[in-house]
Design a protein around this ligand. Structure first.
Ligand code: AMP
Ligand code: MG
Length: 448
């Protein structure tokens, strides 16, 4: 069996005591194998699910050539005729003033095509979405047209009011029949539901939801509803984890709080592995006396790394574990032992775990956008680790973006996450930042 541990040792810059974030991401990516199971779901239930196969368009969208405007459809030969006659009749080089006169032969509305023929000197009144009438290739918008009240069947417009072929939508211009409309690995979003509906597709194949079990560790943790005795804290990590998992649309299995006792932890880890594809824990992976998770993993799991050159989030264990008595026995699961500190949980989740979960869910994750903003203040930063500070980014009156770190950057200060709207990402090799210097930021919110 190739162990994660062997594999990781071959990764450039491998240092189990302080692995650079990029190296950790590379190791995790290698081991995040997509789940194979697929299910069919009705279109609405496909929202936020991962497409299991390419969607090939069974039809052209739009199915027929149609008008993009309310106006009059005609054949563009009329434009050429008028250009010729105007050059003959007026000063050379001036086609201005040439006007075109056409007779209205009928009308076409969306859903009600015009079936007759249209002669060269004729046009058809068309509404947006109406099929282009036969013999017509151009639509002049109604605002560009004059109608004589004495002679309502005739329209007149300037020859330069419209270009050849203008204002028509070609069949298949949105999606061409036989072409891939959406790729496997796509996480279905609002536009995709509409797009699938426009293809007449009411059911799609998606991967089954990824199952992620999680629990908190720590004798000091109290669940909601319990009194807070001296030295205890409410367990908040299970709620942030629940929420972050929910946003990724995975099946989240909350296994509660486990005390700092090796036997209880071992039982919880095994049962988590038996029931989930991925196991997340928080706390107990540092080097303190009650930090048993890492030790247990080393005996019945396979640990790739357990400490990152990252702040917050230095203690982070990654590996595999099995539901059986020994490594390799029973059902395997990927394991992330997140730090206990609440901000570190969120930072490591977004920077290390998120991509792995998406890959395992069968998705093709794109790199998260990194933007730049000028720091309003100087920031202290030690080279040799990646820092994810919490910041508030905003544009000034000229549209230039600036960012300010939130007050306390302690890894236990969860309010810094609620206050912030971005991470300020200070790269591995970066040192102190001067006020006004450009820094990288990752915004929390996206439009879609
Ligand atoms: P640990 O990594 O277990 O040493 O925990 C580091 C810090 O995070 C300690 O102050 C813990 O009390 C705190 N902590 C650990 N787990 C949780 C949790 N689930 N909710 C809130 N704080 C926690
Ligand atoms: Mg602890």
């Amino acid at each position: 069996m190739t162990t994660l541990n062997d594999f990781s040792r071959c990764v450039a810059q491998y240092d189990p005591h302080a692995l650079p974030v990029s190296a950790a991401q590379a190791i995790v990516r290698q081991w995040a194998t997509p789940i194979a199971a697929v299910e069919r779901v009705a279109l609405r239930d496909a929202l936020d699910r991962v497409l299991a196969a390419d969607i090939v368009s069974p039809i052209d969208v739009p199915a027929h050539e149609n008008s993009a405007m309310d106006g009059y459809a005609f054949h563009s030969a009329a434009l050429a005729h008028s250009a010729q006659s105007s050059t003959q009749n007026s000063t050379p080089g001036s086609a201005q003033g040439a006007s075109i006169e056409l007779t209205v032969a009928g009308k076409a509305l969306a859903g009600h095509p015009f079936a007759g023929r249209v002669a060269a000197n004729q046009c058809v009144r068309v509404m947006t979405g109406a099929c282009m009438p036969p013999d017509c290739d151009t639509v002049v918008p109604q605002e560009r047209v004059e109608r004589d009240s004495a002679n309502p069947a005739t329209i007149r417009f300037a020859a330069d009011a419209v270009a050849v072929g203008a204002n028509r939508r070609r069949a298949g211009e949105d999606l061409a029949r036989g072409h891939v409309a959406l790729r496997a690995g796509r996480i279905v979003r609002a536009s995709d539901l509409g797009l699938l509906a426009s293809l007449g597709i009411g059911e799609v194949s998606v991967r089954r939801r990824l199952r992620v079990a999680f629990f908190s560790t720590g004798d000091e943790l109290r669940s909601l509803g319990e009194p807070l005795d001296a030295g205890s804290v409410y367990d908040s990590n299970r709620y942030t984890l629940f929420a972050m998992l929910r946003r990724l649309n995975v099946d989240a299995l909350d296994l509660g709080v486990i005390r700092d006792e090796p036997a209880a932890l071992e039982a919880a880890l095994r049962s988590a592995a038996a029931n989930a594809d991925v196991v997340l824990t928080s706390g107990g992976v540092s080097v303190g006396e009650a930090d048993f998770t890492k030790q247990l993993l080393q005996t019945f799991g396979d640990v790739a790394f357990w400490s990152l050159a990252m702040r917050p989030g230095r203690p982070l264990a990654f590996g595999r574990l099995w539901s059986g008595e020994q490594p390799g026995l029973g059902k395997p699961a990927l394991f992330f032992g997140l730090p206990g500190n609440p901000v570190a949980v969120m930072v490591t989740f977004y920077q290390i775990v998120r991509e792995a979960l998406l890959l395992m869910a069968g998705a093709t994750p794109r790199p998260l956008p990194v933007l730049h903003a000028a720091s309003r203040v100087a920031i202290r930063k030690r080279a040799g680790r990646t820092e994810f500070q919490r910041g508030v980014a905003e544009p000034d009156a000229n549209g230039h973006w600036h960012v300010t770190p939130t007050g306390s950057q302690g890894s236990g200060v969860l309010s810094s996450m609620s206050e912030a709207n971005c991470f300020i990402v200070l790269g591995h090799d970066e040192a102190d930042i001067d006020a006004g210097e450009r820094v990288s930021i990752m915004l929390f919110d996206g439009l879609i």
